[in-house]
Each structure stands twice: as structure tokens, then as C-alpha cells.
Design a protein around this ligand. Structure first.
Ligand code: NAD
Ligand code: MG
Length: 394
């Protein structure tokens, strides 16, 4: 029986994880669940899974939540609040695996704490890795933690890697990685119409049902940009050896091209329970609840090169990883601000890459040797992004 802590339990990945956990209650026991503000969803999850700890980051919401728990028949659940509580539950003695499924930079400290504590880290929170890069990978190596990718593409690549492969290892056998992308909702929208797309259009992903931030990232293809950086780190590859491929059916979740010319692909229906179940069962396999793939219904598969003119965010991500140092953290922070402003209808969709590019121009790719340097760059890039928005649009 393994103990699991789910950071970001109430989100899209968190809910899918609990769906898989419920199918394997003989193998997994939920030790801790965390949420930011959604106390109603967290309460229902507590009733269903009875964790030892429940964390509500928002202090006011936590008080409301604690009262509800105290007046219920699950009053033995310990309720905590604040960001420190996230690190506390992700490093508990009886937690073996930590599902890192908080969205954005807010997930960095608890995910890194889990890595430092030698946990099996099931990593969905790509922003945490993009920001902290080598520091995160080094923490995994130093502590003997196990890092298993949940992002569907990286999980696919991991599955196609040589037997016994450990995240971060160099592989001479691999020539390149083919990182697939659906292309999002605006794959074929005329570029001149992108200016006026609405939030509802941007979050309506054609293939995946996800949180709002990652849905916008998919529409701009910054999601693929972040995933490019994530892949460089997880698989010790140069960005020049990673080719982004638009594959609109989202059946192949990525491919690994070996030096002998063999190309291995992982396929499946687009449902995050597949990578989640893969990582939870690893190195075994167990059921995910996902329907078997009907290859005849798929019929045919298409592959095309992405246009960096249509998707400037992808170009900016290539620039950030090539510059290195703090630049991926700057890219990520500016993107988080710009996406949030777009979701709140204070920016146009096409303003997102403009903010990020201007923000990156205001930083040099200083070395990112310590966590403090990264957190400072993150903070400063957020401040600069707001300044740029004011200068350009207000
Ligand atoms: P979501 O918005 O649905 O859920 C986010 C979760 O994080 C919620 O539980 C929320 O309570 C919590 N959270 C948000 N802000 C927080 C804060 N400041 N402090 C603490 N907790 C906070 O997001 P999601 O779609 O589940 O994505 C989660 C992560 O997984 C992201 O990094 C995303 O890129 C990655 N991911 C998601 C998918 C997907 O299919 N949804 C696929 C691949 C990778
Ligand atoms: Mg992905």
C-alpha cells in the first residue's frame, strides 16, 4: 500500500488522479489533498477518500472549510492552511508519491520539497520544472527521488525511452524527440482574426479537457513551448534535437527517434488518466478506466510543422531555453501574468506574446544557480510584465 499526496486535488489533473486512485484502493491510500480556494470540491473529495490531511491555501476559505469538517463525521481529518502546509504534506513520512498538480509557479516549492525529500514525484506541474530547471533535476538526483512525468507527451516519451531509463539521464541511442501538439483551437484560424478571439473560444480545446490556464497556453502554443523546455530537462536533450509536430488527432502523444532509424510512438485516447495510471503503476501497469483505442475510428493521422509566425510563444520558448539561466523563469512568469490578464478580459489574445517578448528583453540570461535567484527573477518578471502592460495598453 502506497501513500499519496495530491497537490492541486481539485483541479483537472487532481480529479483524474482521484478517479484512478478509486480504481486501485488496494494499492493507494490518500494521505493528503490540497486546494487553493475550492472548498466545496475539496470537501466532497474528503468524504470520498478520507485523507489524513486536507490543505486549503487561502486562510479565510480554510476557516470556512474547517468548520464544515468539524461538523461532519470526517472531523478526524486534520485541516491546514497557508503555503507552508503544502510543503508539510508533500514531505510527510507516510507519503510515498506526490502528484504535483498545482498550476503555475505556486507549485514550485512543494514540488521541490517532495523531490528533496526523496519522494516519487508524479510531475504534472510543468511550470515548476521550467522555472527551476537544473536545480530541480539535481534535487531529484541528490535525494534519490523518482521523477515520473505526467504531462502526456513526456509520459509518452518516457514510455518510449530505452528500458531502465531514469529521467535526466543522457541517452546516446536517441537521435531526437518528436514532441506532438494538437495545435489547439486556433490551428487554422486566419492569423489576422486571432486579435479578436474570446476567452471562451481560447479555453475550448478541441481534444483535451483541462484547467483554464493550460487551455490558453495550448491556444497560444506556449504550452508546447513550456513542454519543449520540460523535455530538454527530463530527457537531457538539446532544444535543437526536439522537433515539435502538429498532430491534430492527438492519438500519438509523442515519439522517440533512435539512431538506428526506429521511431517509437506511444498512442492512446486523449485522456490524462492514461499517463496518470502509467506513472502510478510504474514499473507495472494497471487499469486507468480509459476506453480502448479504436484505431479504425481514428482512421488516419496527420503531421505538420508548426508556424512560428502563427505561434510566436513557441519561438519565445526556444529563445528562452537557448539563452538559459533565469530566462525560462522569466518567460514563465510573464506568461502567467499575460494569460491571467487575458482570462480577466484585460488583454487581447495576441497581446500575450507581446508582453512576454518585451519582458524577456528586459532581462539578461543571468545564471540560475540558486533557488533565491530564480524566485527573485520570477518576482521581478511579474512586476515588469505589469509595467509593460501599463506602458503599452493603459
Ligand atoms: P486546474 O486549474 O484545473 O487546477 C489547478 C489546481 O491547483 C487546483 O486544485 C487549485 O486549487 C490549485 N491551485 C491553483 N492555484 C494555487 C495556488 N496559488 N496555491 C495552491 N494551489 C493552487 O489545472 P490543471 O489543468 O489540473 O493543471 C495542473 C497542472 O498540470 C498545470 O501545471 C498544467 O500545466 C499541468 N497539466 C495539466 C494537464 C491537463 O490535462 N489538465 C495536462 C498536462 C499537464
Ligand atoms: Mg502536455
Amino acid at each position: 500500500m502506497k501513500g499519496i499526496c495530491i497537490l492541486g486535488a481539485t483541479g483537472s489533473i487532481g480529479v483524474s488522479t482521484l478517479d484512478v486512485v478509486a480504481r486501485h484502493s488496494d494499492k493507494y491510500k490518500v494521505i493528503a489533498l490540497t486546494a487553493n480556494t475550492n472548498v466545496d470540491a475539496l470537501y466532497d473529495q474528503c468524504v470520498a477518500h478520507h485523507p489524513e490531511y486536507a490543505v486549503v491555501v487561502d486562510d479565510a476559505k480554510a476557516i470556512e472549510f474547517k468548520e464544515k469538517i468539524n461538523n461532519s463525521n470526517i472531523s478526524d481529518i486534520k485541516v491546514m492552511s497557508g503555503t507552508n502546509a503544502l510543503e508539510f504534506v508533500s514531505t510527510l513520512e507516510n507519503v510515498d508519491s506526490v502528484m504535483a498538480a498545482i498550476v503555475g509557479a505556486a507549485g514550485l516549492l512543494p514540488s521541490l520539497a517532495a523531490a528533496k525529500a526523496g519522494k516519487t514525484v508524479l510531475l504534472a506541474n510543468k511550470e515548476a520544472l521550467v522555472m527551476s530547471g537544473d536545480i530541480f533535476m539535481q534535487a531529484v538526483r541528490d535525494s534519490g527521488a523518482r521523477l515520473l512525468p505526467i504531462d502526456s507527451e513526456h509520459n509518452a516519451i518516457f514510455q518510449c525511452m530505452p528500458a531502465g531509463y531514469t529521467a535526466g539521464d543522457e541517452t546516446k541511442q536517441v537521435r531526437r524527440i518528436l514532441l506532438t501538439a494538437s495545435g489547439g483551437p486556433f490551428r487554422e484560424t486566419p492569423v489576422e482574426e486571432l486579435h479578436d478571439v474570446t476567452v471562451d473560444q481560447a479555453v475550448a480545446h478541441p481534444k483535451w479537457d483541462m484547467g483554464r490556464k493550460i487551455s490558453v497556453d495550448s491556444a497560444t502554443m506556449m504550452n508546447k513551448g513550456l513542454e519543449l523546455i520540460e523535455a530538454c530537462l527530463l530527457f537531457n536533450m538539446s532544444p535543437d534535437d526536439i522537433q515539435v509536430v502538429i498532430h491534430k488527432q492527438s492519438i500519438i502523444h509523442s515519439m522517440v527517434d533512435y539512431v538506428d532509424g526506429s521511431v517509437l510512438a506511444q498512442m492512446g485516447n486523449p485522456d490524462m488518466r492514461i499517463p496518470i495510471a502509467h506513472a502510478m503503476a510504474w514499473p507495472e501497469r494497471f487499469e486507468s478506466g480509459v476506453e480502448p483505442l479504436d484505431i479504425f475510428e481514428v482512421g488516419k493521422m496527420d503531421f505538420e510543422q508548426p508556424s512560428l509566425q502563427r505561434f510566436p510563444c513557441l519561438r519565445l520558448a526556444y529563445e528562452a531555453i537557448k539563452a538559459g539561466g533565469i530566462m525560462p523563469a522569466v518567460l514563465n512568469a510573464a506568461n502567467e501574468i499575460a494569460v491571467d490578464e487575458f482570462l480577466n478580459e484585460r488583454l487581447k489574445f495576441t497581446d500575450i506574446p507581446v508582453i512576454i517578448e518585451q519582458c524577456m528583453r528586459r532581462f539578461s540570461a543571468e545564471r540560475a544557480d540558486t533557488l533565491e535567484i530564480i524566485l527573485k527573477a520570477d518576482q521581478e518578471a511579474r512586476e515588469q510584465s505589469y509595467i509593460i502592460i501599463k506602458e503599452l495598453f493603459r
